[in-house]
Design a protein around this ligand. Structure first.
Ligand code: IVH
Length: 674
């Protein structure tokens, strides 16, 4: 390595230290972070790696040596009897496996068991009880010395000032836990601050931290804070009793009347950890507060003590983080999209940003009203979120980041596709293009019609649909079935073979489409895949469905008045009557056979999954089982009819064997479904 490149490394290390210190200050002291957690983690990781690779540049004052946090002068210092460390982060199951391997190495004779629970996204505090009574509380601070925030913490509503007497009664107890704010309380608080023209908090965690570090305890008292315990520092019992397991601590803290982190569980191995992770990740939004991952702790306290700590974190615990679900990015522009029903939907065009593992560059803004209510301006920095598999949304602008260059979005008065003046239907917030032959409406309608859940026309995707409409080869949906080979060959980049394949795919789709998929393809408002199946099963043909009275539709379970009215209206509309007549003339007119016994076969049957499936996700498997009338359960019992075992099954497999349950593999499941 040359001198100049070593110099460059040294300069980068020094730059990273300054950057991290700056962001620590913004985060811990000002409660106003400028960068996102993943961005911070990246800087931190880069520094740690460079320092490990170039030990000659080590520095005891490097921010990598600190546990995080920083002293502020406002509160009296308070030392921790046992350091309050942070956790090492892991972002993949492989990293968790590496953590387990490290433990195994030190404990060759015993297989570790783990206590696993959600990681709450808030502020760490220690609360001390002496002789059952609240005595003091402090922040984590730099891990060794925190701030005395006793007067603020004692105002937290769900924190007991007196412990309940139990048989395991410590006379001195340091409880550690997280202070958090629920998402809806956070929004209310921000709305209030906005009304008063005060600065809003960036997220619930900052709101919790900012509320705790108030010089005036009555301000803290007015904030909707909650405390959840996850562990202990020092605990002394008169009779010399000691807790021997983390699970026991969680259980006993609850007995003492303390709110503990919910949903903790014991996991025997990595598979159980993975299953629990997936379950928690999918239920993440069901919690009223933010959880940003799991914390995995060695359950046996003796093992914890033996493993001890590194300079920064315990060797016996690790955080298994969820992908971040909120990020900041810039709202570059707002684009109007015309849907198949003619609704004009504003769409946010964003600087692409990775949200929870998925790149997000667009997000719907729903309607004109939404833009006004959220007070979004083009050029704003905005918070974007994605929850589970849900579509991304723009949460709010960061008004404090405005420069004055942002501009108001003006909603168009004419359809951007055909130029027709837009209109609002009675009681609706949406603007619509009312031109029946608007090309944008046709395009979206045809995309839906040809999609997998509709006619499923292989090879007819967005790209070709756009070209066919632009070249006027398709002026209405049914024109697709009239396309000739030569029409297609006139298009750029359409070869003989592709043209032939497409013509065949179109014709096959018309003949093979099932009634439920054709109903879905029509794009009746409010009618999706599920309702289409219900209607197909009940009426067996479009002729019959078209005749059904609105009142009768309403009597069907799962069909409400709005849906019933939309269905009836669809079949009354002259354009639709013509469309249906043409489909019939073209032979695109399936009749549904009476239901077979398939549904009945799996009706009421209970399925339990363990391990990963090779050809479908858990969600897919679940919905297929449910479509066939079965049910998917999560806990094992004698009532389970089938245990579906995939790759790397968890301990449920052994339990299933013990209970003598029917065990099948993925192929077995497919056979049942067929
Ligand atoms: S256990 C020795 N359990 O995450 C550290 N921590 O990044 C043991 N946190 O400082 C911590 N939920 O403030 C633990 N269920 C949980 C937690 C949790 C949130 C916080 C805690 C800690 C930080 C580490």
């Amino acid at each position: 390595m040359t001198d100049t490149s070593v110099n460059r490394v040294q300069a980068r290390i020094s730059e990273l230290r300054k950057l991290i210190e700056y962001h620590n200050h913004r985060y811990y002291v000002l409660d106003d972070p400028e960068i996102t957690d993943p961005e911070y983690d990246q800087l931190f990781q880069e520094l740690v790696e460079l320092e490990e690779k170039y030990p000659q540049f080590a520095d005891p004052d490097s921010p990598s040596r600190k546990v995080g946090g920083e002293q502020t002068s406002a509160f009296a210092p308070r030392s921790h009897t046992i350091p309050m460390y942070g956790l090492e982060n892991s972002f993949s199951i492989e990293e968790v496996q590496a953590f387990i391997n490290r433990i195994r190495k030190q404990h060759h004779d015993t297989e570790p068991e783990f206590w696993v629970e959600p990681k709450l996204d808030g502020l760490a505090v220690e609360v001390i009880y002496e002789n059952k009574a609240f005595a003091a509380a402090s922040t984590r601070g730099d891990g060794l010395v925190g701030e005395d925030i006793s007067n603020n913490i004692r105002t937290i509503k769900n924190l007991p000032l007196k412990l309940v007497s139990t048989h395991n009664m410590p006379d001195y107890l340091e409880v550690r836990g997280e202070i958090i704010m629920r998402r809806n309380d956070f929004e209310k608080l921000n709305a209030l601050k906005m009304e008063k023209n005060e600065k809003v908090f960036a997220n619930p965690r900052n709101a919790a931290a900012g509320s705790v570090r108030q010089l005036n305890p009555s301000v803290t008292a007015s904030r909707p804070l909650l405390f959840f315990a996850y562990g202990i520092g020092t605990a002394n019992f008169k009779d010399g009793f000691r807790w021997t397991e983390q699970s026991m601590i969680s259980h006993d803290l609850k007995q003492l009347g303390l709110p503990v982190v919910p949903q903790g569980t014991i996991c025997a191995d990595i598979h159980e950890i993975q299953n629990y992770y997936e379950k928690q990740l999918s239920q993440r939004q069901d919690y009223p507060f933010d959880i940003d991952g799991l914390v995995i702790k060695v359950n046996a306290i003796s093992m914890q003590q033996h493993l001890g700590f590194t300079a920064r974190s315990p060797r016996w615990a690790v955080a298994f983080k969820f992908p971040a679900s909120q990020e900041f990015t810039r709202l570059k522009d707002i684009h109007i999209q015309v849907g198949r029903t003619g609704v004009l939907t504003p769409v946010a065009l964003l600087d692409p940003v990775n949200v929870g593992g998925v790149m997000v560059a667009r997000a719907t803004l729903h309607n004109e009203n939404e833009i006004r209510v959220k007070d979004l301006k083009i050029g704003d920095m905005v918070v974007v979120q994605r929850a589970g598999d849900v579509i991304p949304e723009v949460v709010r602008p960061l008004k404090e980041k405005r420069t004055g260059q942002e501009r108001e979005f003006v909603f168009p008065e004419i359809c951007p596709s055909c130029g027709t003046r837009v209109a609002k239907l009675k009681n609706e917030v949406a603007w619509r293009c009312v031109n029946a032959s608007c090309p944008a409406k046709l395009e979206q309608g045809l995309i839906h019609f040809a999609s997998k859940k509709g006619l499923d026309i292989d090879g007819l995707g967005k790209k070709w649909i756009n070209i066919l409409i632009n070249k006027s080869l398709v002026k209405r949906i049914t024109d697709v079935f009239r396309l000739k080979r030569d029409d297609l060959l006139s298009l750029d980049r359409m070869g003989e073979k592709s043209a032939e394949n497409l013509i065949n795919a179109i014709s096959a789709s018309g003949q093979n489409v099932t009634l439920d998929r054709l109903i879905n393809a029509l794009g009746i408002r409010h009618v999706g895949e599920q309702t289409s199946k219900v209607l197909a099963r009940k009426y067996h043909s479009l002729d019959k469905l078209a005749q059904v009275h609105e009142q009768e539709l309403q009597n069907i379970q799962d069909i409400g008045p709005e849906m019933a009215s939309a269905i009836a209206e669809f079949f009354r509309n002259q354009d639709n009557i013509e469309l249906l007549a043409e489909l019939k003339a073209l032979g695109v007119w399936p009749e549904q056979q009476q239901e077979h016994l398939i549904a009945a076969q799996l009706e009421g049957k209970k399925f339990l999954f363990t391990g990963g499936l090779a050809n479908m996700t858990r969600d897919e498997a679940k919905s297929r089982v449910e479509e066939a009338g079965g049910k998917v359960v999560n806990s094992i019992s004698r009532n389970v009819d089938y245990v579906v075992v995939g790759d790397k099954p968890g301990s449920k497999l052994q339990k299933a064997r013990n209970l003598n349950l029917e065990i099948i593999d993925e192929q077995g499941l497919l056979n049942l479904l067929e």
